[in-house]
Design a protein around this ligand. Structure first.
Ligand code: COA
Length: 261
C-alpha cells in the first residue's frame, strides 16, 4: 500500500503549492509532517525554476490547527524541546525562502498554523475562518516565531492583546488590524489566492526575490545598512535579461515575458 503524503507538493506553472494533508486532524503539525515539509522547503529553496511558493491546507475546516496535541501528550520534556526546535526551524525555513510566499488559509489557523502564515510574505484568509495564537490558553507560549514575528507585523500592543488573551480573531478583524492582506468570501479562499498568485507571477521573478531580500534585511538593521542592502539588491538585477525585456516590452506596448534570467 502506498503511503499518503502528509504534505502534498504540486507544481502549477512557476508556482509550487504545498498542501498540509491531514484534514482529519485539522492539518495539525506532527513530527513527521514537519520532516516532510522541511524536505520540500529545502528542495524549493534551491529551485530557480520555482518563482513562488504557496502554503495551504487540505479540506475546508482548517489551514492548520497548530502543533499536534495528541502527539504532544505522548512526549517527554526532551522530546517537546526537540519538537519546538523543529517547528521553529520549519517556520524559519519558510521565512528564509528566496521566493515570495503566500499563505492561503482556507480554514482556521491556530498556534503553529498562525505562525506558519506569519512566516509567509502574503496572507489570504477565508471569511469563515478564524486565526490566532492560542498557546497561552494551553499553558504554553508561541514557540515557532509568533512572539517575534507578530509584533513586527501588527505592533506590540495588538500582538500582546492577541497572545495574552489567546484570541481567536475573525477573518474581518484580522484584516482590520493588518494581520492578513485579503479576506475571501466564504468558501472562495483558494480562488482568491490563485488570483493573487497569478498577479505575482506577472512580475519579474528575480525582482520579487531581490525586493523580498531588501525588505526582510531592512527590518533587522539600521537605516544606513538597510539602504546599502537595497542598493546591493538593485545592483543584482541590473545585469538581468528580464530587466531589458521589460524595457523592450514597455517600448512595444506589450506585457513583458519574464524568464527569470
Ligand atoms: N492536534 C491534534 N489533533 C487535533 C488538533 C491539534 N492541534 N486540532 C484538532 N485536532 C483533531 C481533533 O482532536 C479531532 O480529532 P478526533 O476526530 O479524533 O476527535 C479532529 O482533529 C477534528 O477536530 P474538531 O475539534 O472536532 O474539529 P472542528 O472543525 O470542530 O474544529 C478547530 C477545528 C481547529 C477549531 C479545533 O480542533 C481546535 O480548536 N483545535 C485546537 C487549535 C489550537 O489551539 N491549536 C494550538 C496548538 S499549540
Amino acid at each position: 500500500m502506498t503511503e499518503v503524503p502528509l504534505v502534498l507538493l504540486e507544481h502549477r506553472g512557476r508556482a509550487a503549492w504545498l498542501t498540509l494533508n491531514r484534514p482529519h486532524s485539522r492539518n495539525a503539525l506532527s513530527f513527521a509532517t514537519l520532516l516532510e515539509l522541511r524536505g520540500h522547503l529545502a528542495d524549493l529553496k534551491a529551485d530557480s525554476e520555482t518563482w513562488l511558493v504557496v502554503l495551504t491546507g487540505a479540506g475546508d475546516k482548517a489551514f492548520c490547527a497548530g502543533a499536534d496535541l495528541k502527539e504532544r501528550r505522548t512526549m517527554d520534556e526532551a522530546q517537546v524541546q526537540e519538537f519546538v526546535a523543529n517547528i521553529r526551524a520549519t517556520m524559519d525555513d519558510i521565512a528564509a525562502l528566496p521566493q515570495p510566499t503566500v499563505a492561503i488559509m482556507q480554514g482556521h489557523a491556530f498556534g503553529g498554523g498562525c505562525e506558519m502564515a506569519l512566516a509567509c510574505d502574503l496572507r489570504v484568509i477565508d471569511q469563515a475562518a478564524q486565526i490566532g495564537l492560542t498557546e497561552t490558553g494551553l499553558g504554553i507560549i508561541p514557540g515557532a516565531g509568533g512572539c517575534a514575528r507578530l509584533p513586527r507585523l501588527i505592533g506590540t500592543a495588538r500582538a500582546k492583546e492577541m497572545i495574552l488573551l489567546a484570541q481567536r480573531l475573525t477573518a474581518d478583524r484580522a484584516f482590520e488590524i493588518g494581520l492578513v492582506h485579503q479576506v475571501a468570501d466564504a468558501g472562495s479562499a483558494l480562488g482568491v489566492g490563485e488570483e493573487m498568485v497569478a498577479a505575482l507571477l506577472k512580475n519579474g521573478p528575480l525582482a520579487l526575490r531581490a525586493a523580498k531580500k531588501a525588505i526582510d534585511g531592512a527590518l533587522d538593521t539600521d537605516l544606513k545598512s538597510a539602504l546599502a542592502l537595497e542598493a546591493k539588491c538593485y545592483q543584482s538585477i541590473i545585469p538581468t535579461e528580464d530587466r531589458l525585456e521589460a524595457l523592450a516590452a514597455f517600448g512595444e506596448k506589450r506585457p513583458p515575458r519574464f524568464e527569470g534570467k
